[in-house]
Design a protein around this ligand. Structure first.
Ligand code: IMP
Ligand code: MG
Length: 191
């Protein structure tokens, strides 16, 4: 597989981006590797991919198409209380899953694991529903500052502790449709 991103540049946010951390091509290449690994690990089985809205929907759409197995999709929406760019660890379920997880092989797809608090809460909640297996595929993990030790089976990239946008990740609900991941210019924070 040689994923190449031939889409025209996304100029709409160009003035807001300080630097590109991960190009569209780097992201696609990594997702292809992760999809191949998942395909091998779950050979002969089917998977339920669980996405955490909204950020994970972009990762999920692309990752799923690199997984050459039967799979189904489900989504959860959660909100953590507190400031926009910091996780408070208090999680509220806004939309629950449609599937009953009992006996299913579940892979939770995350855009980014920052403090890990959101994911820790989710995994505990999902494990209580008795899936046959429960693993995590996260595109990004922020280095060094994880407050919660988590066993992440599939991780795309370890990135520095900077606030990033694009590829599903937002600031004030914008930038999710950028095909790459980058940092924001201070002016874009409204500063
Ligand atoms: P955590 O609970 O600290 O691991 O982070 C939970 C959520 O915060 C993630 O799923 C994202 O929605 C959001 N988040 C954390 N870091 C970033 C970032 O750098 N950019 C955009 N959203 C982020
Ligand atoms: Mg967000």
């Amino acid at each position: 597989m040689a994923p190449l991103d031939s889409r025209p540049p996304m100029d709409a946010y160009a003035g807001d981006i300080e630097k590109v951390l991960l190009s569209a091509e780097q992201i696609q290449t990594k997702l292809a590797e992760m999809g191949e690994q998942i395909t091998q690990d779950y050979a002969g089985r089917s998977i339920l991919l669980v996405g955490v809205l909204k950020g994970a929907f972009v990762v999920m759409a692309d990752l799923s198409r690199y997984i050459r197995l039967q799979l189904e999709f489900d989504f959860m929406a959660v909100s953590s209380y507190g400031a926009a760019t910091k996780s408070s660890g208090v999680v509220r379920i806004l939309k629950d899953l449609d599937h009953d997880l009992a006996g299913l092989d579940v892979v939770v797809v995350e855009d980014i694991v920052d403090s890990g608090l959101t994911l820790k809460y989710l995994l505990k909640n999902l494990a209580a529903r008795k899936p046959a297996s429960l693993e995590v595929a996260a595109l990004l993990r922020k280095e060094g500052i994880q407050q919660v030790p988590l066993d992440l089976r599939y991780v795309g990239f370890d990135i520095p502790n900077e606030f990033v946008v694009g590829y599903g990740l937002d600031f004030g609900e914008k930038y999710r449709n950028l095909p790459y991941i980058g940092t924001l210019r201070p002016a874009a924070y409204g500063g």
